[in-house]
Design a protein around this ligand. Structure first.
Ligand code: ATP
Length: 922
């Protein structure tokens, strides 16, 4: 049993032996059974979320908002004014609205919070002496684990060994400078000052280390702090803010209209005060768009959920709408546009070339020359190259339960492990013969990785990296096993070979070594070590484009979204891949990192306006590229995976991290995470973003249009000075607005992408949700039509029962029937509207009349509610409704048919007009 709460100070100052005793562990790590038992004892390595706002609080919030208070007061006034039914109805509306809003927010919250579970953080632990990748949740005190640049540290741990380790502790201390740490114990002041301790929640900025966990989960310093000051990342999206504002504006307008109607009723129609008041109140309540905000939130959350099914996890609702505006995607190449399944096909030496057979991560291929298997012992420089490939390597290939190869580490390195295995090299044995003394890990600025080994008692550095980096530091070359100075002619030959492979879209890496001189401090001198190299050769690998990339790129072009490749790979390889996938034309400008550095911001802004590729760039360059695009007014989505990509990811309007190969730091900085690292998923998310926005417009159109037929009867009543008896009572207005309309409106929020959403240019940032064309369509087209039909329905009943226009029924059964008909006609017009609003230009028949079951369900419920209102006696009394005859029913059922047909005709004309203009443009 280990001490449950070992003191950090004691852990830091203990000798290594004592440390292992305290934590009952060893360099070999824990045994599996022991780890399992400790997991039971200490619990999962999880930071529990502090209790958020309780559900009760969230529920109550909906009843004390400004709008709700307004309704409570209105209801109370109605009660006191002797209109108990109306008072109760308004309160009921308030309650239904509150419950409904709560439910929508709850559903939205559930949809987004479940996303977190989809993204486990992995850690490499040593158990029983073997490296093993586990979910960081299962890490226990005593576990020995490995960390490297980009990792977020999963537990409080003491360093056992470290290489150039730099930790970013800003999450804990607020200090933005990284701190160097290693295994040495230094007595320090301050809570987080221990030199040999790393804390959960901080991140590795550089280097690697082997560490041992002593506190996990809520016992960690981070856990303790989190418990006290847990902050929820929660920002309202611009869309939600706009709607908030809009709701308030509409409410004010509604109140103003209500006041005007009140005075008009009193002074113009000479209605009694109390009746006028009720009349005006009804109008106000009907016009205030109570449920709008939660409906939008739900719609955004549903979008987020649909995106997660398409491998794009969005952290904040606001990203959904930004995605819809995206006009530029700055994308990495390796792994995002390509498969990141490197296979080395060729090995190039100055005077020899070899082919490597076998695909992917299976090692059953061989190294051949002239199609004959070769014996590497006969080719000393090839052997040297393969030794470097095997040892300058942190990857491991494991076999999964279903006999598939699983790579731990990067695919580039895995390809090097595989090529060494194909040559018959026993990597483990070799690693014992040439033990590793030190490593300078790969970083995308140097584009080099170096390991130092003891070879026959001497220290030798093995180096691999981008040819441009390696050749710069090489002064000699190995040919046929002999080392000689590197001549200008050799350089030319090497560059030519590299160019030859790059134009084929292949990616090559240069391998070299350096026998080190003896000074004892040589191991600390990275610059001396990575210099004076002996160049050995190139490994040439293929990384085929992802099969779905061709369609995704085309979709971007159709949607007028520009894709800019920003890669660490060489210019020629980048261009060749970009051409192959149809991303650019032959005249594309390729700018390298070195060239970019010479450009000022203005030049860069001009450059990114054209078709362009950035190659051999460092992550800092990506930040500048993103900023330059933004300065041109673009909405930029940028991908990234490394620690240094974080600034670019933060700067981009949508930072996109890779879920599989991405570091924890990148994932943290990003707004969206791709669970499959695939570019096509970005495009799918953009499409979803556009869809959500247009769906919100669809249900706004739907909700707003019914205000016209609701208001017109009152206007008629007022302007005829009461000659036309009120065709729609206040209670009936409320029924439509807060009863029958709700479900179909929600259904519209779940509409699938309309064909053609990705054939339009990105939405402009200036565009508003409630654009003028939408208002026109709502009021002057759908609304006017519905007002006409419902007024006609009202007159129709009067006419059928022998009343004339100049002499309409004022009370009694015919009046009630007539108002019921107005109500029913509005409901049936709304059925047509629900169908019509589903598409903007496409025919609903193309997307399938029944394809949105939420809308269909909404319509069915709408009809059932109407029937209940008309036939259930209590409801009849409450809503002034009554049963209607077969002729009236016939009238009602026919209503949607012409409405849908006329709208279809309009859509047809719009479509053919836009087709015409396209042809004209061409
Ligand atoms: P992208 O930026 O599109 O993802 P990339 O993987 O080529 O492409 P980086 O990871 O920045 O970009 O790598 C830059 C270059 O560094 C590579 O082109 C390669 O030449 C070299 N390189 C990559 N991985 C390693 C490694 N593990 N060891 C040594 N050199 C490497």
């Amino acid at each position: 049993m280990i001490q449950k709460k070992a003191e950090t100070g004691v852990i830091a100052s203990s000798s290594e032996k004592k440390l292992f005793e305290l934590l009952k562990s060893s360099v070999q790590g824990l045994a599996e059974a022991e780890a399992k038992q400790r997991l039971n004892e200490f619990g999962a390595n999880d930071i529990q979320q502090a209790k958020k706002q309780s559900q009760l609080q969230a529920f109550m919030k909906n009843f004390v908002s400004l709008m709700a208070l307004l309704l409570w007061i209105s209801g109370a006034i109605a009660l006191f004014a002797g209109m108990p039914e109306l008072g109760v109805a308004i309160w009921l509306v308030n309650i239904i609205n509150g419950v409904f809003s709560f439910w929508q927010e709850y559903a939205a919250q559930k949809a987004t919070s479940s996303l977190k579970k989809m993204l486990p953080t992995y850690t490499i632990v040593i158990r029983n002496g073997n490296n093993k990748q586990i979910d960081a949740k299962n890490l226990v005190p005593g576990d020995v684990f490995l960390i490297q640049a980009g990792n977020s540290i999963p537990a409080d741990a003491r360093i056992l060994t470290a290489e150039a380790l730099e930790i970013d502790e800003s999450a804990l201390t607020g200090e933005s400078e990284t701190v160097n740490k290693d295994e040495k114990y230094l007595k320090t002041e301050g809570k987080f000052g221990q030199n040999n301790i790393i804390y959960a929640g901080t991140t590795v900025a550089r280097g690697t280390a082997k560490v041992i966990a002593f506190h996990t989960g809520m016992d960690t310093e981070f856990g303790k702090i989190t418990n006290l000051t847990q902050k929820q990342r929660k920002s309202k999206s611009p869309l939600q803010l706009e709607l908030n504002r809009l709701t308030k504006q509409i409410s004010v307008i509604a109140i103003v209209i209500g006041v005007i109607f009140f005075f008009a009723a009193v002074f113009f129609v000479h209605y009694p005060w109390s009746k006028s008041f009720i009349f005006a109140l009804g109008m106000i309540v009907a016009f205030i768009p109570e449920g709008l905000l939660p409906t939008v939130t739900l719609s955004l959350a549903q979008g987020v959920q649909r995106m997660s099914k398409k491998h794009a996890l969005v952290k904040e609702l606001s990203s959904v709408e930004t995605l819809g505006e995206t006009s530029v995607i700055a994308s990495d190449k390796t792994g995002t546009l390509t498969q990141n399944q490197m296979t080395i096909n060729h090995i190039w030496l100055l005077d020899d070339k070899f082919e490597v057979t076998g695909e992917g991560y299976s090692n059953n291929g061989q190294i051949q020359k002239n199609q004959q298997r070769i014996d590497i012992e006969k080719y000393p420089d090839l052997k040297q190259l393969l030794v470097i490939a095997a040892l300058n390597n942190d990857s491991k290939i494991e076999e999964t339960a279903d006999k598939k190869a699983k790579v731990i580490g990067t695919p580039t390195e895995a390809a090097h492990t595989i090529v060494a295995e194909k040559a018959g090299i026993e990597i483990e044995q070799l690693a014992q013969e040439q033990p590793r003394l030190k490593e300078f890990p790969f970083d995308s600025n140097r584009k080099l990785m170096t390991t130092i080994h003891t070879v026959n008692g001497r220290k030798v550095a093995y180096v691999k990296g981008a040819l441009s980096s390696v050749i710069k530091c090489s002064s000699q070359i190995m040919v046929k096993g002999k080392v000689r100075p590197l001549t200008a002619e050799d350089r030319q030959k090497i560059e030519a070979a590299n160019k030859h492979y790059a134009t084929m879209g292949l990616r090559s890496l240069a391998l070299a070594f350096h026998e080190l001189e003896e000074p004892s401090n040589i191991l600390d001198k990275q610059e001396t070590i990575e210099d004076d190299l002996v160049f050995v050769g190139l490994t040439v690998m293929a990384d085929p484009p992802r099969p779905e990339i061709y369609a995704a790129i085309k979709e971007c072009h159709d949607a007028q979204i520009r894709v800019i490749m920003v890669t660490g790979d060489s210019a020629l390889t980048a261009k060749s891949v970009a051409l192959k996938i149809g991303m650019v034309g032959n005249n594309v400008q390729v700018i390298t990192g070195a060239e970019l550095e010479k450009m000022n911001d203005k030049e860069l802004c001009t450059a990114v306006k054209q078709e362009v590729i950035f190659a051999r760039v460092a992550p800092e360059h990506k930040y500048r590229i993103v900023k330059a695009c933004q300065a041109n007014g673009e909405i930029v989505a940028s991908t990234g995976d490394g620690v240094n990509d974080a600034p670019a990811l933060k700067q981009a309007d949508i930072g996109i991290a890779m879920g599989v190969t991405g570091t924890d730091v990148a994932k943290d900085a990003a707004d969206m995470i791709l669970t499959d690292d695939n570019f096509a998923s970005i495009v799918a998310a953009v499409e979803e973003g556009r869809t959500v926005y247009s769906n919100i417009q669809k249900f706004l159109l739907y909700i707003l249009n019914s205000n016209v037929p609701e208001a017109i009867p009152s206007v008629l009543f007022l302007f005829s000075r009461g000659l036309i008896p009120l065709p729609l009572t206040v209670m009936q207005i409320l029924t439509v607005d807060l009863g029958t309309d709700m479900l179909p409106a929600l259904g519209l929020g779940a509409e699938k992408s309309e064909p053609g959403v990705m054939k339009q240019p990105p939405r402009s940032q200036e565009s508003h949700l409630l654009e003028r064309s939408l208002l026109w369509k709502a009021f002057a087209w759908y609304g006017a039509g519905a007002a006409l039909i419902s007024t006609f329905a009202y007159l129709f009943v009067n006419y059928v029962h022998g009343y004339s226009f100049m002499n309409l029924a004022e009370d009694g059964n015919v009046y009630v029937q007539a108002t019921t008909m107005t109500l029913a006609a509005i409901v049936f017009c709304q059925i047509a509207a629900a169908i019509n609003c589903r598409t903007k230009e496409t025919s609903v028949l193309t997307i399938g009349l029944l394809s949105n079951r939420h809308v269909i369900r909404g319509i069915v419920v709408e009809i059932i509610l109407l029937i209940l209102l008309m036939y259930v006696p209590i409801l009849q009394g409450l809503f002034n409704t009554t049963a209607i005859g077969p002729l009236e029913w016939l009238f009602l059922v026919i209503i949607p048919v012409p409405l849908v047909l006329i709208e279809e005709l309009r859509k047809y004309f719009v479509r053919s007009k836009s087709l015409e203009s396209q042809v004209y443009k061409k």
